[in-house]
Design a protein around this ligand. Sequence first.
Ligand SMILES: *Cc1c(COP(=O)(O)O)cnc(C)c1O
Length: 750
Amino acid sequence: MTIPAIGPKRPDIDPKIPMNHEKSCAGVDLFRTVAAFLVVAIHTSPLASFSVTGDFFLTRVLARLAVPFFFTASGFFMISCYSCGCERLKKFVSRTLCIYGAAILLCLPLNVYNHYFEREPLLPTLIRDLVFDGTLYHLWYLPASALGGAIAWYLVRKWDYKRAFAAAWLLYLTGLGGDSYFGLTEQIAGSIPALGNFYGRLFEIMDQTRNGLFFAPLFFVCGGWMADRGRTLSLRQCLGGGILSFAMLCLEAAAVHLFGWPRFDSMYLLLPVCGFFLFQLLLQWRGRRFRSLRTFSLLVYLLHPLMIVAVRFLARPLRLQELLVENSAVHFLAVCLLTSLFAAAWAWLEPRFRGKNCEPDSGSKDTGRAWIEIDLSRLLCNARTLRELAPSGCELMAVVKASAYGHGAFRTASALEKAGVHAFAVATIDEAAALRSCGIRGEILVLGYTDVRRATELKRYDLIQTLTGFEYAEELNRRGIPVKTHLKIDTGMRRLGVPWDRPDQTEAVLSMPNLRVCGLFSHLCCADSPDAADIDFTQEQIRRFYSLTERLEQDGFSVPKLHIQSSYGLLNVPGLRCDYVRPGIALYGVHSSPDCLALRSPALRPVLSLKARVVLIRQLRTGESCGYGRAFTASRDARLAILSIGYADGVPRSLSCGKGRVLIRGRYAPIAGRICMDQLFADVTDIPGVSIGDIATLIGEDGGAALSAPDVAWAASTISNELLSRLGGRLPVVVRETGGAPDGTAAQSR
Ligand SMILES: *Cc1c(COP(=O)(O)O)cnc(C)c1O
């Protein structure tokens, strides 16, 4: 098939970018803790009692790497050329400011104790501290994060990385001139008075240049760049570069101090270089993430000043001042210990206060009757495989409607979100709101119709509503509530959407003031068909879609995010330029039907199995009948197993009377008689040894044999999509993470 290479122009994106850096975050997670304790070291000088030089290199050089590392890590997780709109930035800034607010309150007793509020003039000082310097010495980091993150984000967004780096370096060098190199600046200012004036003014507005304006942006840009590029260095290069740059950093620090240049000494010329190698080194570590360390290290950072005071307070009545305060190493350890204790307790308690588990896993106790088994590692493998199949720069929008096709919407979405998927699609506003309430933070697109009277809920839950037609868009716009939307284009399915050949309507919708149209999409209606006419029709739908987007561009509209491929669009039409692909059934690792077209057949594995217990064995004599309507009559002496699962659990009743079968002891047993609401009969006459308590597999694998969802669906004259989506009712779910790519290497390999 030839695909027209049309679509909106997007910045060139390197195809070898890792879409998912989940696996390389373990080192970053771990080092957060190290960095937090390095900050504690800066404020407690553990080596001061023993060696002046040692103390200098620990607190003034080595530990100076900690905060840049934090900035880089934040940039790494926040900035990416893939992120949609400014959502991630907004989330990051608002989260950081919330933490800042809480930290200010937490540290208020210390401010009072230090007579902070008796300063004159109070208000200007307060404003200066709030924006740049922090209301307590270590708190500057939080406003610097918010400001530096925002600056870096805009630099990367507005330009490319090259120019963003240039601008961030310029800011950094400016900051450097007011920090470790201030002495040099003053010397030069002798001949260039403007320079002296500049820094003079600057220090009226801020106390230091190590802040969100001059210091942080460079590290954020660097973090974002590494997220988009992945590991660019080998282990040897990291080690070599790291050691060399650190040695030079030490020399630089010693030199500027020898010259007596520093006004402060938090910034060095080689700090960004050294920080880069350190971060690259951490990215070499592949493995399981340590997410909870993020909260832990943040708490260590925020709490340690309080604990320094606490240790001093405790030492006095205990008469341990000499040990706990005067001995710098013991003092450091005591502060670390106390801080860790508090931080660990908090990190442990917090999810217990917050967390409600929206779809509890049943565990083994619920395998008594009938149950669904979900293998989450297969889900993640499938997601990764589909992502690799999608064009570069195209994100996965996981379709989790109808309880994620029976897999559990929250369970599925949260597993995918942890693996780096940021967009989800559901059918109804209630499905979307439920996901949001359970803590899903990514974008959630409602694919179906929502009553416009619920516009406030769309806004409250930060959902994206599909505009299902022109009149609907007008009606929603008239509500006067700004809502995020994606406009659906009807390119031939004739179900939902504004007709493709009415660009006037699309342009009118794009201009509606209350609709933030951040996406444009269409749906292919026969991409799974091997029929030549259908393949042509798919091409025609694609042509129609992209001719509309071209028309919009010509008319001066900025084209929003585009998506058109669901599972079979993705499998059968490579190379389309778009921002999302919307797979549903493929994500769950099965075909809709055994006869579907799949030009590309990546290794996908089924995520769901359906199982039930044998609860009774019946012997039937020849001629005896069983079940409703006596639909089964034994033509020989037969043995029937009664399984505790029925059509109310989602087993199609049309599988009755031998149309369907189940697996017991690795062998197929036909379904006998009519399927009841809560039970069914399986004819196990030919399977020796079947007994009460045996597990029957209705979908899945048993021994060497398998009953795939498409085969079961075929027997029931339907498709896997319907079969699976009807399972979401009353069955308990057992989650497994046994894993396994098709070659059995689990999810480790890339
Ligand atoms: C359900 C749905 C999908 C997912 O379809 P699959 O065939 O399961 O991949 C994608 N887009 C829209 C609009 C849908 O309704």
